[in-house]
Design a binder for this molecule. Sequence first.
Ligand SMILES: Nc1nc2c(ncn2[C@@H]2O[C@H](COP(=O)(O)OP(=O)(O)OP(=O)(O)O)[C@@H](O)[C@H]2O)c(=O)[nH]1
Ligand SMILES: [Mg+2]
Length: 298
Amino acid sequence: MGFFGKIFDALKKTKESVSSKMRLLFSKNKLGDEFYDELEEILISSDVSVVTAEDVVEQVKEEAIGNKVRDEQFVTDLLKDILEDKLNEAEIPEFSYPCVIMFVGVNGVGKTTTIGKVANYFVKMGKSVTVAAADTFRAAASDQLSVWADRAKVRIVKHEEGSDPSAVIFDAVASAKARGTDVLLVDTAGRLHVKENLMNELKKMDRVVEREFPQAQFLKLLVLDATTGQNALSQARVFDEAVDLDGIVLTKLDGTAKGGFVFSLCGELHVPVVFAGVGEKMDDLVPFDSEQFVEGFF
Ligand SMILES: Nc1nc2c(ncn2[C@@H]2O[C@H](COP(=O)(O)OP(=O)(O)OP(=O)(O)O)[C@@H](O)[C@H]2O)c(=O)[nH]1
Ligand SMILES: [Mg+2]
């Protein structure tokens, strides 16, 4: 791991792309309308949404004019501060125990892998963990989760393929309550956010936890593939409407050059990023760090 940490290292591709454009911009332009237009374009090209890019550049403009300073370092530092403020607009929830965390998201974003990593994260903190295989839809989904449960050395509750996911959650909650488990992690089937029946199924699962385990902290985390870019925002909006998200896990940060949508997630949707996945192995997960993310961004 490098000096700044895993999030910083994972953003290498993003940083290369944004930094070279920034260098070019500073080399040819004085601060002025053209400069700010190009700055906005650079942000948008790394998947910052138009709304957020406009807002950020407007703030840079105001500060820079007010301070009558025109040097590169000043503008860069200013930009970093403003971007970090965007990330901090959504507050990361603190875990309290017992706690149930349900992982939702579209197909293949990394939900099951993330549960393996998060299980390991809590085990290392000395917590007891159970995972629930409520993806009863995809063939062998529970086998995949079993492999992760073995690796992290945690219990798994599972039913037969094709059974009702809410019934799995019901049993897993009963078992967690009976054993005094600290953390229950629920895997769910990948679902397209545009499929209404699948989103309704999610609401049903949500209600089971609310009803059966009111004394637990209940967090719903959306798993987003960081290589998706701005489409991730519309996924987040729809899942947030369906189950009221508490946070995001950003996966595949190690392969993306499109991390800019994260500023809009926090700044426009006010949903915080809780964890970041930076590889395929069990230890490749870190609590999100906004300062590191901004430093890694450019
Ligand atoms: N590079 C990288 N790969 C990841 C990361 N997280 C998950 N993956 C890979 O993404 C692929 C899909 O992961 P899964 O965990 O099966 O995704 P899922 O969301 O459970 O998929 P479905 O259950 O089919 O919806 C696997 O090949 C993982 O190894 C990450 O942080 N970095
Ligand atoms: Mg899965």
